[in-house]
Design a protein around this ligand. Structure first.
Ligand code: IMP
Length: 184
């Protein structure tokens, strides 16, 4: 059978591990944002699975919005150039903004968005990311809510893609080397 799970090599984080962590992170957000009605800003497309899971565990009043940026253009290495593809629908002026990201790698995306979004004068601004690769960082990023630190390996699943595929794998995994060779 043509099952995309057969293309994975090593499971770095299982569904159960992620589920428990998401619950823990939401618990902290519930406490910190009580009475603040934050806007959760999901960064498309990678954050959608994480955002959907996280918001179901958030019990305070909140809204969601989306922003799309690109820095990879289908490759597995960042181009270093971040581009805004789609802006927010709503104003964030005087709102408590919690940016929801799948993974902080070089930090360039977060750096770009911070500069851009802070000019709109939100009441507060924090970053929540499921994953971080600290050893790949090119610019410092302050991630207030972090799920897991992972080694500097390319991973897919739980919203993260390789050439727009594998976002629907429910765990975080590496891919078999032949998948990259096939796509060269
Ligand atoms: P940064 O700007 O280098 O921090 O990269 C952030 C974006 O690159 C993330 O939102 C992901 O979309 C993508 N990215 C970074 N590392 C990986 C990975 O291991 N797998 C899939 N996408 C990744």
């Amino acid at each position: 059978m043509d099952n995309i799970k057969n293309d994975t090599l090593e499971i770095l984080l299982s569904q159960d591990e992620i589920k428990a962590k998401v619950k823990e992170m939401a618990g902290q957000i519930n406490e910190d944002y009580r009475g603040k009605s934050p806007v959760l800003v999901g960064i498309l497309k990678g954050s959608v699975v994480f955002l959907a899971a996280l918001m179901k565990e958030i019990e305070i009043r909140c809204s969601i919005d989306f922003i799309a940026v690109s820095s990879y253009a289908g490759a597995s290495e960042t181009s270093g150039i971040v581009k805004m593809i789609m802006d927010l629908r709503e104003s964030i002026t005087d709102r408590h903004v919690l940016l929801i990201e799948d993974i902080v790698d070089t930090g360039l995306t977060m750096d770009y968005l911070k500069d851009n979004l802070l000019t709109r004068r939100p009441a507060s601004y924090n970053i929540c990311s499921l994953l971080s690769k600290p050893s790949a960082r090119r610019v410092p990023v302050d991630v207030k809510y972090l799920g897991f630190e992972i080694p500097d390996k390319f991973v897919v699943g739980y919203g993260l893609d390789y050439q727009e595929q594998y976002r629907n794998i429910p765990y975080i995994a590496t891919l078999k080397p032949e998948i990259y060779r096939r796509n060269k």
